[in-house]
Ligand binder design. Sequence first.
Ligand SMILES: NC(=O)c1ccc[n+]([C@@H]2O[C@H](COP(=O)([O-])OP(=O)(O)OC[C@H]3O[C@@H](n4cnc5c(N)ncnc54)[C@H](OP(=O)(O)O)[C@@H]3O)[C@@H](O)[C@H]2O)c1
Length: 297
Amino acid sequence: MTKTQKILITGTNGLLGFHLARVMSEKYILLATDIQDHSFTSGFNYRLLDISCREDIFTVCSDFKPDIILNAAAYTNVDDCETNVETAFVVNARGPQFLAEWCLQNRAKLVHISTDYIFNGQNGPYKETDTPDPVSVYGLTKLAGEAQIRRLLSNYLIVRTNVLFGKGPTEKASFVRWVVDSLRAQRLIHIVDDQYNNPTWSDDLASAVRVLLEINLTGVINYGGSDYMNRYEFSQLICRAFDLDTDLINPVSTERLALAAPRPLKGGLDISRIKTIPGIPLTPLEKILTIIKETGY
Ligand SMILES: NC(=O)c1ccc[n+]([C@@H]2O[C@H](COP(=O)([O-])OP(=O)(O)OC[C@H]3O[C@@H](n4cnc5c(N)ncnc54)[C@H](OP(=O)(O)O)[C@@H]3O)[C@@H](O)[C@H]2O)c1
């Protein structure tokens, strides 16, 4: 396939950015970027890019001249955002704003990844048209990022997702790995049974974004896994797939964990709209876990 369009992806050392780079490199001329001075996406063009720095964005983008910018960079530590409010705001709200400013001046499309944490979690799963009401600094800053993009651009796509899992490029903690490694080491773990969402496989989401680009969708769309459940139920499925003993998992309430950031409890995303788009992958959770078991977690 001859590649003609150029895509710049931010946050490619992260879980989703890594898979987006892998999938998009098949079709587009790719520039992978992240804030850290190394790339796990070996074989790809790579440049350092801090999305909180407008000058950095304008230099790197003006050199590469992407047709599409795909923003998977974010300050994603939900609890740390409560104390590092300024950093969270600069990365999650100003970053998308600066990217949108470059896209506006250069007629590029901006694809941005957002979250169900922009909702309060009282009555999820949420539709694209539901009214946001974040309960955490992370949610507030992600909502502000969305607002900046909508204010500046018409040629944008915001893809909202929730609870990502998959095999990332680093040893950074993943929910599946944490459950499996803890239970194999005979460690007792506490998992909340009152946070509901639809766990989303990073590989499927990356492929879904490629389909959305192919049909040139604009606006806001939800993508989440096809199974809606609480975190404890998710851990039970992991145990079943990996033949692990569930006795070491202790279900607890979110309140008992006394986390720094409040969590939306009945969160997650209604995916009825994206389901109508041909070619969108929605692998059943049990099958994904079997694949992960066979290919590495
Ligand atoms: N993970 C989830 O459950 C989840 C759920 C819903 C939505 N999302 C959204 O999905 C997207 C991808 O999430 P993810 O789980 O793949 O996150 P991730 O693994 O934390 O990856 C984010 C990447 O962005 C980088 N980054 C941080 N600050 C940056 C900056 N100023 N400039 C450039 N890069 C920067 C991070 O580098 P460092 O690690 O070095 O900081 C990291 O490599 C984010 O927009 C997130 O809000 C995630």
